[in-house]
Design a protein around this ligand. Structure first.
Ligand SMILES: CC(C)(COP(=O)(O)OP(=O)(O)OC[C@H]1O[C@@H](n2cnc3c(N)ncnc32)[C@H](O)[C@@H]1OP(=O)(O)O)[C@@H](O)C(=O)NCCC(=O)NCCS
Length: 193
């Protein structure tokens, strides 16, 4: 399904075959890693056209299976890829529930792009992907992500203990959630296949 979502400064959409240069630039030319949630820049050998094609193919397969959707965030002015949002579909049926993730490449931090893109991400999740529950699972010490989740209208739900295996251990997460009503949209009945 061809899809594109525009905000004031951004275009949010899946990768397409013409995005190699921007993709390479995003992953290779970042600033050194700034915190544990940040991407560290990759060596250019890791970002050859074959790796790009593999990523694109894998993402297409996953979205065709309704398993996982990753949308890249493009700067309207420059065409650069400045980040990505993703939706990991956990349950459809009577839940319509996905994990919602966001990342801005570190050269573009603190310009409001994270908020602009993830606010749009909630709309994309509810309207385009027909979800009813978007959950951001955040490390307890990731203050910036917590601030972002709050500021786009997500609601704190609680702590999931030992929820995610990362950084070499099972980590607790604070859960921020949005339903359509939280951002002024109407909840829809689930389509149950
Ligand atoms: C979290 C992240 C997406 C924020 O992106 P960003 O474009 O810099 O965020 P914004 O400029 O839209 O700022 C969002 C809010 O956080 C605040 N903020 C951003 N960086 C901050 C910092 N270093 N210190 C304090 N506050 C900060 C902003 O002031 C803003 O707050 P406000 O809504 O009260 O005005 C980005 O830091 C990132 O990609 N981090 C690594 C990946 C990550 O942690 N993802 C989330 C995993 S759960």
């Amino acid at each position: 399904m061809k899809f594109e979502y525009k905000t004031r400064r951004l275009i949010i959409r899946p990768l397409n075959s013409n995005d190699y240069e921007q993709w390479f630039d995003a992953y290779v030319n970042g600033l050194p890693q700034k915190n544990k949630w940040d991407h560290s820049p990759l060596k250019s050998e890791k970002c050859k056209k074959t790796a790009f094609n593999r990523t694109k193919k894998k993402l297409k397969e996953l979205s065709d299976q309704d398993d996982y959707y990753r949308y890249y965030i493009f700067d309207k002015k420059t065409g650069a890829i400045i980040g990505k949002i993703d939706f990991d579909i956990y349950v459809r049926g009577t839940h319509q529930f996905a994990n919602f993730g966001y990342l801005i490449f570190n050269r573009y931090w603190r310009k409001g792009f994270g908020k602009e893109a993830s606010r749009a991400g909630l709309k994309i999740g509810f309207k385009h992907l027909k979800l009813n529950r978007l959950e951001a699972a955040i490390n307890l010490d990731n203050k910036v992500s917590i601030r972002l989740a709050k500021s786009i209208g997500m609601k704190k739900e609680g702590i999931k203990k030992r929820y995610w295996y990362e950084f070499g251990k099972w980590t607790d997460h604070i859960i921020y959630v949005a339903n359509p009503e939280d951002i002024g949209m109407k909840a829809k009945k689930p389509v149950i296949k």
